[in-house]
Design a protein around this ligand. Structure first.
Ligand code: FE2
Length: 403
C-alpha cells in the first residue's frame, strides 16, 4: 500500500538561543538596521511596569544598548495584558520619537504589545481597525522579541492578543513576524515560583494541543514531542530549584520548541476556553490552561488519533520516570493505546498538582452559574483545530466535569 503523501508549511522567525546571548543585542540591532542605511538608531523599548526593573534585567539591557551607542525610548506601560489604548498610545509615541526598531522584553503581554505597535507604525490606523478585519498589508517596523518567561511562545508567533476596551473582549491581530527572537535562559532566573509554574504549564499545554491539533503536521509533531519531553521532565524540578540554570535552559528550550510547533500546527479547546475565562475571572492564562488540559484530554481521548498521540506522551513520560516517588500515577505503563493515553492524562495531573496548579475550576471560585457566560464567548480558531469537534453543549459538558 502506498504511504500517505507528506505535505506541510513551516514558518518561523530567526531565533538565537543561549546563556548570555542578551549581550549580542546591540550588534543584532545594528545588523538588522544596517541594510536600511541606519547606523545611529533610536529604539522603542517596550517593557512591563515593574518586574524587568526589579530583576535588574532592565539595567543590564540598558548597558548593552549603551555599549553599542544605541539610544532608546522606554515604554514601560505594557501591563498584565495588552489593551487597545496601550498599543495605540505606544504607536503615537514611537512615531513622534522617530524610532527605527521596536524591542519587546518581558512575558507574552509585553511581546504582544511590541508586535502590535510595530504593525501600527508602518500600516497606520488604530488596533480596533485590525480587530475589525483590516489587514496589515505592509511589513511591520523591524522588531526584536526577548522573553523573560518560558511559556507564552509569543516571540515566534505572528499574532498579538489585545483586549478591546470598548467590547471588553480579547481579539487577535495577525501577520506580525519578528525580525529576531532572542532567547537567553539567564533572563528567566528571577522569575518567581508561581509564574515559573504558570508559564511552564502554558508551554506544556501548547505543545500537547499542537501535537493533537487537526492542523498538526509532519514537522510540527517533531517539535511537539521534543518540547513535551523537556517540559514534562523539567517543570516539577525547576519549581523546586529556581536558580538552576541547567533547568531554566531546558524550560526555555521546551517552551520555544512547543511554540514553533503551535505557530505552525495551531492549538485546541483549552486555548479556546482560556481567553474568556481569563477575562471574566481575572486569572493567569497558564493557570487556567494547566487546570483545563486534563479535562479536555479526557474529552479528546475518544478520537483515535488523539488517543494515539497521547499514548506517545505516556511513552515519553514513562521513559523519563517523572515524579516516580511523588506522583500518584500507577508506576507501570499499561499496554493498550487508550489505557496508555489515560495514564498520560493522570501523569499530567500529577505534574500540575506538584507545581500547585489545581485540578478543579471550583478551586478558582468558578461556579456552575458562570459556565453559560464562558461558553457563549468560547470561539475562535483554537476550537476549530481541536481534534474532537465541539459545540456549545459539549463545551459546557467539559466545564461541568472540570468544576
Ligand atoms: Fe497559551
Amino acid at each position: 500500500m502506498a504511504e500517505a503523501e507528506i505535505r506541510f508549511n513551516f514558518t518561523s522567525p530567526r531565533i538565537i538561543f543561549g546563556r548570555g546571548r542578551i549581550n549580542d543585542l546591540g550588534q543584532e540591532v545594528l545588523n538588522i538596521l544596517k541594510p536600511r542605511g541606519i547606523s545611529n538608531p533610536r529604539i522603542f523599548l517596550v517593557t512591563g511596569t515593574t518586574s524587568l526593573r526589579e530583576s535588574g534585567n532592565l539595567d543590564k539591557i540598558s548597558m548593552i544598548l549603551k555599549k553599542s551607542n544605541i539610544n532608546f525610548e522606554l515604554y514601560g506601560k505594557a501591563g498584565k495584558e495588552p489593551t487597545t489604548s496601550i498599543l495605540n498610545d505606544g504607536k503615537e509615541i514611537a512615531l513622534e520619537k522617530k524610532c527605527d526598531l521596536i524591542i519587546g522584553v518581558g512575558g507574552g503581554s509585553v511581546m504582544d504589545t511590541a508586535k502590535g505597535i510595530s504593525g501600527l507604525i508602518t500600516n497606520g490606523g488604530i488596533v480596533e481597525d485590525y480587530q475589525a478585519g483590516r489587514e496589515f498589508l505592509l511589513p511591520p517596523k523591524p522588531f526584536i522579541l526577548i522573553p523573560t518567561t518560558s511559556g507564552t511562545g509569543s516571540e515566534v508567533t505572528n499574532n498579538s492578543v489585545v483586549k478591546n476596551e470598548k467590547t471588553g473582549l480579547k481579539k487577535s491581530i495577525r501577520g506580525l513576524w519578528a525580525s529576531l527572537a532572542l532567547l537567553d535562559p539567564e533572563l528567566t532566573l528571577s522569575l518567581p515560583k508561581k509564574y515559573t509554574a504558570y508559564s511552564g504549564a502554558d508551554a506544556l499545554v501548547q505543545a500537547i494541543e499542537a501535537l493533537v491539533s487537526k492542523s498538526a503536521n509532519f514537522i510540527s509533531d517533531f517539535f511537539s514531542r521534543k518540547s513535551i519531553a523537556y517540559l514534562g521532565d523539567t517543570l516539577p524540578k525547576v519549581c523546586d530549584d529556581l536558580l538552576n540554570i541547567d533547568l531554566r535552559e531546558k524550560m526555555m528550550l521546551g517552551s520555544i520548541l512547543g511554540a514553533i510547533s503551535f505557530a505552525n500546527g495551531k492549538l485546541g479547546a483549552v486555548h479556546g476556553f482560556a481567553h474568556p475565562i481569563g477575562i471574566k475571572h481575572d486569572l493567569p492564562h497558564g493557570l487556567i490552561c494547566g487546570l483545563l488540559l486534563p479535562h479536555v484530554m479526557k474529552y479528546n481521548i475518544e478520537v483515535e488519533q488523539a488517543a494515539q498521540k497521547y499514548s506517545w506522551i505516556a511513552g515519553l513520560f514513562n521513559y523519563q520516570k517523572i515524579l516516580v516517588d511523588y506522583g500518584t500515577c500507577p508506576k507501570s505503563l499499561p499496554s493498550s493505546i487508550k489505557e496508555k493515553a489515560k495514564w498520560a492524562i493522570k501523569k499530567i495531573e500529577d505534574i500540575f498538582t506538584y507545581v500547585d496548579i489545581p485540578l478543579k475550576l471550583s478551586d478558582l471560585g468558578i461556579k456552575e452559574a458562570d459556565l453559560d457566560d464562558i461558553v457563549k464567548d468560547t470561539t475562535g480558531s483554537s476550537l476549530a483545530n481541536n481534534p474532537r469537534d465541539t459545540n456549545k453543549r459539549t463545551l459546557r459538558k467539559i466545564l461541568v466535569h472540570a468544576l
